[in-house]
Design a protein around this ligand. Structure first.
Ligand code: HSE
Length: 446
């Protein structure tokens, strides 16, 4: 590929006058990815930012660990907090992870000293973003976190800047690469959940604790941050209903396909007409013809609806060294260009919570799968429960299992409330003919 000559010029006159010394905390997948970007694209980055990035100091859990990059020439700090040293460092880059502990201590120390802070740490921003934003604004530092949401996709910048003129009323998206990779492998190659997870870990997509990926916590961190950016609330994990994909079976993946759906782990955040916030994370049935349903592997995609822009979807790789380092570097380039401003879309003092939609109030369509004994009267019991709770069935299919004398009943419902659906599921569970816990998934209108 031919490189743009303007971006790779190297005459002395064009050499950047400004230098930014980075303090990098964390030299795992993303930290080494960042060093690789700087090494490979250093000239281009210098030309685009007008600034030369150097490494002022580094820290990591294990100095001796074998890495693809040589870190022996860099000043080493044993204690992450020591990176917050204005004599050595101009900007701290935190790639340690974890909502509290050393990452938070370093954020507080750096921002407290007026050092700008770039992080990929969604857990920390989701839990402590408002506090850190206030601190940054007080000391005149900048706090940036493009890499915290959806890896390489510039969704933070999109919401904060590109869509800043819009009232956004809904965002939904695939925000976890590991989860999407697992669901894709299960659907496309028949891979088991466990094998697909092991592959996602080997590829560097998964969190240190992969339960955050598969139980929806990582998606929740990200949607909490997007909610704050779009709706002007302080980011919070309180009252955010979270369900993951641990219980999604190959059976439901196959039935979803038969019904014209794909199962996706979605983060959803929307404002109701009454101004209530409906924020949630769960596996959802998405019409297979929708663009979001076709997002596969470790890709992420987010769709935001603005009152002037309309629906706006952005897709790309949501995990891994390259995409995440690309987002970290984008923040650093913006800092070098002097693009600072509020941490979220509003100054921290103006962030205000919204009233929440009670989860039982939410309405939608549902998919339910029951394993029942294949005997007389079962269908009548099921129908009674649906009739009594006022839930109307849209489609009902019975499939015989080859292995025993039970059958699967698969149904989709017309629109009803979560609370009615919960009552129906309780009634189903109480029936002696229902042989295992019913499986329920929400059909998400996109
Ligand atoms: N574990 C995350 C994912 C990494 O799989 O999406 C990016 O946040």
């Amino acid at each position: 590929m031919t490189e743009n000559v303007l971006d790779t010029r190297s005459e002395d006159d064009d050499k950047p006058k400004k230098q930014i010394r980075l303090g990098i905390a964390g030299l795992g997948t993303v930290g080494c990815g960042l060093l690789a970007v700087l090494k490979k694209n250093g000239d281009l980055i210098a030309n685009r930012s007008g600034c030369e990035f150097t490494i002022g100091a580094v820290t990591a859990r294990d100095r001796q660990r074998k890495r693809e990059v040589d870190i022996s020439a860099y000043h080493w700090c044993d204690n992450p907090v020591d990176l917050a040293d204005p004599d050595k460092v101009d900007v701290v880059v935190e790639l340690i992870g974890g909502s509290d502990g050393p990452a938070l201590a370093l954020a507080r120390a750096a921002l407290g000293k007026g050092l700008s802070f770039v992080t990929a740490n969604k857990a920390m921003i989701a839990h402590h973003g408002a506090e850190l934003a206030s601190l940054a604004e007080r000391t005149g530092a900048s706090l940036r976190f493009e890499a915290a949401v959806a890896g390489g996709i510039p969704i933070v910048k999109t919401i904060k800047e590109g869509l800043a003129a819009n009232r956004i009323d809904r965002m939904h998206g695939i925000l976890n690469g590991t989860g999407n990779y697992i669901l894709t492998m299960m659907e496309e190659t028949g891979e088991s959940f466990e094998n697909a997870l092991a592959k996602a870990q080997a590829l560097g997509y998964a969190e240190a604790d992969p339960s955050f990926d598969i139980d929806g916590v990582d998606t929740a961190h990200k949607i909490a941050i997007l909610t704050s950016l779009a709706f002007g609330t302080p980011p919070t994990m309180d009252d955010l209903p979270i369900e993951g994909i641990r219980n999604i079976s190959d059976i439901d993946i196959a039935y979803a396909k038969d019904l014209g759906f794909r199962i996706k782990l979605l983060g959803i955040s929307r404002l109701t007409k009454e101004g209530k916030l409906d924020q949630r994370v769960h596996a959802s049935m998405v019409e297979a013809s929708e663009a979001l349903a076709k997002v596969s592997g470790a890709s992420n995609a987010i769709e935001a609806h603005g009152d002037f822009v309309g629906p706006c979807m952005i897709e790309g790789l949501g995990a891994g060294a390259g995409p995440t380092a690309s987002a970290v570097m984008a923040d650093l380039i913006e800092l070098a260009r002097g693009n600072t401003g509020s941490t979220f879309s509003l100054p921290a003092s103006k962030l205000a919570p919204l009233p929440l939609l009670e989860s039982g109030e939410r309405t939608g369509e549902f998919y339910v799968r029951l394993r029942v004994s294949d005997k007389t009267g079962v269908m009548a019991d099921i129908a009674s429960a649906l009739r009594d709770e006022g839930v109307s069935v849209e489609r009902l299919i019975q499939r015989t299992r080859a292995s025993d004398d039970s059958v699967h009943l698969i149904m989709t419902t017309h629109k009803t409330s979560e609370s009615r659906m919960a009552c129906v599921l309780e009634r189903f569970s109480d029936l002696s003919s229902v042989l295992e816990k019913p499986c329920m998934l929400r059909i998400e209108p996109i």
